[in-house]
Design a binder for this molecule. Sequence first.
Ligand SMILES: [Mg+2]
Length: 115
Amino acid sequence: MADLTALRDAMRDFTDARDWTQFHDPKSLILALVGEVGELAELFQWLSAEGAREAATRDPLRTRAGEELADVLLYLVRLADVLGVDLYEAATAKLASADARFDVDAVRGRAPEKA
Ligand SMILES: [Mg+2]
């Protein structure tokens, strides 16, 4: 998808301009990604499921969640680039696999069961 490619290229430019490519090994990027997922989780940590659903529709949580989601996406895109993974292609393939695995008529309205 063009937007992911543009984001990948922007992250390359951002990183190269600062000479940070040397720090963007897979292990460091994975830890950074997990850290950002943790920051996202922290926003919802002590809310009830229904409270989280409600609070996420308005500020400040809505804006903060968007910021952390952006951090997660940026590190994910950067990690995929460093690993040589076409993120759009990989995600599209996974979605097609899930579509084949979970027949609509068989699972509609039911949580997936563990394999
Ligand atoms: Mg963050």
